[in-house]
Design a protein around this ligand. Structure first.
Ligand code: KMH
Ligand code: ZN
Length: 281
């Protein structure tokens, strides 16, 4: 790990996701303007990475290639954040559309290492798709973040690295997504088990869905990990108190990280930490 970043916390914001409904959650950023405003606020609050899902004109999740390209361009223009596009999309998205996300030329992308029950749905990531997506990230030099929803997916990550070699940028960074109904629970014992199983030298962040947000955040900070927060993962700031802005989740994460003597990492340092070049011309 670079000396300058070893006592810092990488904060990723996941502001939108594919699941929440704008009509039920008016604060959710769904238009390009709303997303850029949110991204700027979150950068000012301490985020270094934005994990992006986009919506169509009716606020439904989409992987429309033109919209994805416009989104990457607008976020690059308006912020210094690392732009990480979701290749997970919504549970209804095809594998072909999920692979085509990389055509938008993001800095980074998510790459989930296995199929997982996802509430009443199934988030499908068969081995053949994982491998094809990973090889595409290597060809296009898009830095993957390995999304791990359970411990079996950690084993798949080891297999992927053994068979296909290191990722673009050379550094393995993982995100433990905890507390999804169907995935690993969002508690400290599970967090410790998952971290112990990661490949040597990998860095990691963690996010806890819903009410597991705070236990996972405190556990991750205590274990030397990084943080992901945002309305993709939680819509409640506290019991009975909805999130009003993504930035308040980033502010809380940044305060806790600072309190833990590991203040937020700035985007330029995060690029060096994650091995991500600057694609702005
Ligand atoms: N929306 C979930 C089905 C990712 O972004 O890569 C998948 C997801 C993971 O959110
Ligand atoms: Zn996502």
């Amino acid at each position: 790990m670079a000396r300058t970043t070893q006592n810092q916390t990488l904060i990723t914001v996941a502001p939108t996701g594919a699941e929440a409904d704008k009509s039920a959650v008016p604060a959710l950023p769904v238009t390009l303007d709303e997303l850029v405003v949110t991204a700027k606020e979150c950068e000012a609050a301490g985020a270094a990475v934005v994990h992006v899902h986009i919506r169509d004109e009716k606020a439904r999740p989409t992987l429309d290639r033109g919209r994805l390209g416009d989104t990457v361009a607008a976020l690059r223009e308006g912020t210094d954040l690392i732009v990480q596009l979701s290749t997970g999309g919504a549970v209804t998205d095809s594998f072909a559309d999920r692979l085509a996300v990389l055509e938008a030329d993001p800095d980074a992308c998510s790459l989930t290492c296995g199929t997982v029950n996802f509430g009443d749905d199934v988030f499908a990531n068969p081995w053949s798709f994982i491998k094809e997506l990973y090889q595409l990230t290597q060809e296009r030099q898009v830095v993957p973040e390995f999304e791990l929803f359970d411990l079996g997916q950690v084993a798949t990550l080891h297999r992927l690295l053994a068979e296909s070699g290191p990722p673009a940028g050379g550094h393995v960074h993982c995100d433990l997504v905890m507390g999804v109904p169907g995935g690993m629970p969002g508690d400290v014992a599970t967090l410790a088990a998952a971290v112990a199983a990661l490949p040597a030298g990998a860095s990691w962040s963690a996010t806890g869905i819903g009410r597991t947000t705070l236990p996972v955040m405190f556990g991750a900070l205590g274990a030397g990990g990084h943080l992901r927060v945002g309305m993709e993962d939680t819509l409640s700031f506290a019991r009975g108190r909805p999130v009003t802005r993504n930035a308040e989740l980033v502010e809380r994460a940044a305060e806790l990280a600072t309190f833990a003597q590991r203040p937020p990492m700035r985007p330029a340092d995060a690029r060096a930490f994650l091995g991500i070049g600057d694609r702005r011309g």
